[in-house]
Design a protein around this ligand. Sequence first.
Ligand SMILES: Cc1ncc(C[n+]2csc(CCOP(=O)(O)OP(=O)(O)O)c2C)c(N)n1
Ligand SMILES: [Mg+2]
Length: 349
Amino acid sequence: MILMRENTILELYETMLRSRCLEEAITRLWEEGYIFGEMHLGIGEEAIIAGVLSHIIPGDAIATDHRSTPPFLMRGVDPEVLLLELLGHQKGLCLGMGGHMHLFNQELLLTSSGIVGSSGPSAVGFALAAKYRKTNNIAVAFFGEGAMNQGMLLESLNLAASMNLPVLFVCKDNNWAITTQSNEVTGGVLLDRVRGFGIEAREIDGSDVKAVWQATKTAIPRMRGGKKSPYFIQAHCTHKEGHFLGDPLLRFHRAPKKEFGAVTGPLTKSVLHYKGGRIDKRIGSVAKVLSLIAKSRMQLSDSKDPIKRLEKDQKELGKQFSQIQLAIQSEVDALVTGVMNTLKQEVAQ
Ligand SMILES: Cc1ncc(C[n+]2csc(CCOP(=O)(O)OP(=O)(O)O)c2C)c(N)n1
Ligand SMILES: [Mg+2]
């Protein structure tokens, strides 16, 4: 194990917390109706993004999925420009047309897409360019475990292996793909699948930022070296907001009385409807929905929260953590107030 300096731990904490506070502010803006459409947050995966990106150097490329706010923020995109993008403003990162999912930054070689699995081909392209240009840069692909069943991601693993491309594949495994539990739709063992391509792979606890930092610190120098080769990390995590903000599975746990009728009404109707499948099948489906709601509860637990985990693991840094909390919260508050005031003035003009 490589020794971690106290400063590194504090920097990782600050990076994760800035992302968390910004996404909590985004949650409020979404709830107030300022941000339109579905909103997928990276709350719960901050340790994976922070731990990996802390080893990135200029010229490295990052391709990410629909949970793009943490990687874009942590890679150095101005948070104001990022927030304006989510608000659909023309001064946003992609002129307000990309939303939170379809983003690009040429200077930082940073891209995101809502097409599940597409970070694989993007990262392979970036890595091929780095290889042709004979730089020591790498490309990182972030994706969920659901994407591991997408053909294009498997093709990317194959190409990266056969062409010796320096791609770090980072699978953020929360075991859910929207409302599907991934172990129900995934054959075999993911690491075995990856090793079948001849790619070195390891599994870590993605809620432990120190574990992610260590794993990446070990993997990346080998990828930058003479023998370019891909590497795969499977990092387990939990999304505390479920698939997206307002996730119906979690809404039930948060306000059971209020949601009871909203859930049971349509389910009862679907069982009693005069048309449809056999009654035993219908009852089976209802039981499956109810069991999914019950299982989704575990996502609400704090036990896999990477920020709380670091606070618990490094109790001796409590004082410094508190100072960082105060500073980051006021930084994000000032950012959001400033942006919203500017927008309100623009609307009033
Ligand atoms: C090619 C494609 N198929 C389906 C979808 C719909 N979709 C959006 S997110 C998602 C689940 C992705 O699961 P995972 O990759 O595990 O990421 P997570 O949301 O769990 O972080 C699906 C199926 C899509 N956006 N793109
Ligand atoms: Mg998933």
